[in-house]
Unconditional design. Structure first.
Length: 488
């Protein structure tokens, strides 16, 4: 039976701030998962390229930031596996739980295993676990609302508040631990955070009722041998690519981008040709394509907080606060402060505007244009040298990041659940994360071109390209809206 079928009638539904009670559980588990994820991610690049005397592994800066971008892309690529497991084997609710367990194991590996062994084992586990949790937590939230429920955008914005509370707190804790007692203690804190998230998820599991317990497209027993064979084949291809040098640490972000783009094209083709997708659903999938592209462009700039701007924070920013120097990774906590402050404002605004709000395509367009404009602001400091850029100035630039993110990201999560074909509910959410994955891996690719001596060109070109993309999306928004078939 489907999760939506069990939804309570409006008069009897248990609510929290006007939203289904299950949002509290998903809010909490996502908060702690993001605490662990961003806490680890903001110190990962430094761990990779700092010298051994500073507790790092001594890789080149370009390779270190490239790995961070590629890893982030692989996290979002793995959402397809998590979504497939949910749609075919476990259902969304159980996949969220087991994903969290695997994430915790990955952070433990980073904390206790030395060198590249710990990095390899830890990042693979965190990527797989996050893939299971990310797509399904968002998809599970979508099942709490009907397709035409006007509360959905507000609910996803509140959910986004949980994400950003975790993203704010994680870097603060791991940065202090890394700078005072070492990288591995920071990774250990990430593991503890995920353990707390799992504990609250289990305690309040009943809030979700039967939502997400169904398996929309169960896997027949006869198909199990084919699945195992496909999995083994994929592992063999990865091993061969690595052993032959086709994929190396230095070109990992490029390879990751190519793989996610190819996987995205394949997924769109599958959904557009599947007999389980009806004509209206197929039209909605087509309307989703330009939103997918816009989303990828947005995240290719935004995710540079963890690649280019991580280096920028370490080498160009003055982190002195009343004589005390804050950890460079605290740049990862700046943008979430704005989102935490503004998310409730946006939630109220979208709820009150209702159907008078800008259409979803135009929200996307505004988000991409805003992101490009924010990048252009960094050109104001391109003539300076050394650690001369005030963290206060960057804090306000990241405020523009936050406004742009709130225009696009929670809205993107919401519209994905609305446009998803019934047979591909969780997998459509994985496709959304593919677009984030393309942008994230591209942040690693683009980081190779960053040079403090050419900041004007770097930030100027990337910002202008994003603005042009946003303008194009605005121009085609009437076509997109018509093909969304009744979804606002």
């Amino acid at each position: 039976m489907s999760g939506v079928a069990h939804q309570a009638k409006p008069g009897t539904e248990r609510t929290l701030f006007g939203h289904p009670i299950g949002i509290a559980n998903l809010f909490g588990v996502e908060l702690w998962e993001r605490f662990s994820f961003y806490g680890m991610l903001t110190i990962l690049g430094y761990y990779l390229y700092y010298s051994a005397t500073d507790g790092g592994l001594g890789l080149s800066k370009a390779t270190g930031t490239g790995i961070v971008g590629a890893y982030g892309g692989l996290v979002y690529l793995s959402t397809v596996l998590g979504a497939w497991v949910a749609d075919r084997i476990l259902g969304s609710e159980r996949t969220v739980f087991f994903g969290g367990v695997i994430v915790m194991a990955g952070h433990i590996a980073l904390a206790v295993l030395p060198g590249l062994t710990g990095v390899g084992a830890g990042l693979v586990l965190v990527a797989l676990g996050s893939g299971g949790l990310k797509a399904n937590a968002s998809s599970l939230l979508g099942t709490l609302y009907d397709k035409d429920d006007p509360r959905a955008d507000g609910g996803f914005t509140l959910f986004y508040l949980g994400i950003n509370l975790g993203a704010f707190a994680g870097p603060l804790i791991t940065g202090l631990l890394q700078s005072h007692v070492g990288f591995h203690y920071g990774f250990g804190a990430a593991a503890i955070g995920m353990a707390v998230g799992l504990a609250q998820y289990v305690i309040f599991r009943r809030n979700l009722g039967e939502h997400g317990r169904d398996v929309p497209n169960p896997l027949p027993r006869t198909a199990i041998p084919k699945v195992i064979a496909a999995f083994v084949a994929i592992l063999a291809v990865i091993a061969i690519a690595w052993a032959t040098g086709l994929v190396t640490l230095s070109n990992l972000p490029d390879a990751t981008t190519v793989v996610i783009v190819a996987a995205s094209i394949a997924y769109f083709a599958i959904m557009l040709t599947s007999a389980k997708v009806d004509a209206v659903e197929r039209t909605r999938v087509r309307a989703y394509i330009p939103l997918f592209i816009a989303n990828a462009v947005f995240w290719s700039l935004f995710q540079q907080i963890f690649t280019v701007l991580a280096v920028y924070s370490d080498e160009r920013m003055n982190w002195s606060i009343f004589g005390w120097t804050a950890p460079s990774n605290w740049i990862g906590s700046m943008e979430p402060v704005w989102v935490i402050t503004l998310s409730s404002v946006f939630a109220i605004m979208w709820t009150r505007l209702g159907r008078r709000a800008p259409s979803t395509p135009r929200k996307f367009a505004l988000g991409v244009v805003g992101m490009g404009a924010a990048f252009l602001l960094f050109t104001l400091f391109s003539g300076t040298s050394g650690k001369s850029v005030s963290f206060v100035a960057v804090f306000f630039i990241l405020g523009a990041f936050a406004v742009s993110e709130l225009m696009l990201s929670p809205i993107g999560l919401s519209v994905t659940t609305k446009l998803a074909p019934n047979a591909f509910r969780a997998q459509m959410m994985a496709l959304y994360f593919f677009s984030v994955g393309i942008g994230t891996s591209m942040s690693g690719v683009l980081s190779k071109f960053y040079d403090p001596s050419h900041e004007l060109a770097y930030f100027g070109i990337t910002g202008l390209v994003a603005i042009v993309v946003g303008i194009v999306v605005w121009g085609v928004s009437p076509w997109i809206s018509r093909h969304m078939e009744g979804v606002h």
